[in-house]
Write a protein that binds this ligand. Structure first.
Ligand SMILES: [Zn+2]
Length: 242
């Protein structure tokens, strides 16, 4: 199984740095079409969690995820997902509903930071029935630096709040902020209702992987170019294995 991880979807990339965390709507559409032309099936999170070890290991399925819950996920990504009838999972931060990216952009005035979806917008997103939500923690904190009580709060409060607000549209899956985690966080997750946790290690998800250390490929600007995207897949040998 291949998992691709996105952040921003935006038509115009405002700064060169954004090339590593943004993809255009056209690029996202091309990436989905390229995957399907190659014979990959795009599955939902619940389908992915139910897959047999053999299905996971034959690298014929793809899962799309988005981290942080930016407003552009609703405004720019959802129309593409609807046009392509493509499922996806968005990992959101219930401690920052309707807020901004203060964890990476705290040096900027609030008005210049990237906007996160509010609760109403998240409902619009899941009402499409193509998108399910997962937890990215409450506030986007480095899990490895937290005191035990804070770690538990990031894991369990985000679970409880999202479950209460979104019901079946929230699945018990977690994405580590920045992908950062250690054995302690993996162990802490075993004491919770979460079924899976995602990192940013770049390789396919294999059945042998720990369910709280599931790798994901980052996808961004240049992956919207089919030739560059094909080269990336070939480089990771996921085409040869087919
Ligand atoms: Zn994040």
């Amino acid at each position: 199984m291949l998992i691709f991880n996105f952040h921003h979807v935006e038509a115009r990339i405002s700064h060169p740095d954004r090339k590593h965390i943004s993809i255009s709507p056209v690029g996202l559409s091309r990436l989905i079409r390229t995957l399907r032309l190659l014979g990959f099936g795009v599955v939902s999170m619940s389908e992915a969690l139910a897959m047999s070890p053999q299905q996971l290991n034959d690298n014929r399925q793809v899962l799309l995820t988005f981290d942080d819950g930016y407003e552009n996920n609703l405004l720019q990504a959802l129309p593409v997902l609807e046009a392509e009838q493509c499922p996806a999972t968005v990992f959101v931060l219930p401690g920052r509903y309707g807020g901004t990216n203060a964890w990476d952009q705290g040096h900027l005035p609030e008005s210049q930071r990237d906007r996160l979806m509010n609760v109403r917008q998240m409902h619009q997103l899941v009402d499409s029935s193509l998108v399910t939500l997962g937890s990215h923690g409450m506030l986007h904190r480095d899990m490895t630096q937290l005191a035990p009580a804070d770690l538990r709060e990031e894991l369990m409060k985000s679970y409880t709040v999202l479950q209460a607000e979104f019901g079946e549209h929230f699945l018990p899956v977690f994405a580590y902020p920045w992908g950062t985690h250690s054995d302690r966080e993996v162990e802490a997750l075993t004491q919770t209702p979460y079924q899976a946790a995602f990192t940013v290690e770049t390789r396919p998800w294999q059945a042998e992987d720990h369910r709280f250390r599931i790798p994901r490929f980052s996808a961004f600007h240049r992956d919207g170019n089919p030739l560059i995207f094909l080269a990336k897949l070939a480089r990771h040998q996921v085409l040869l294995a087919r």
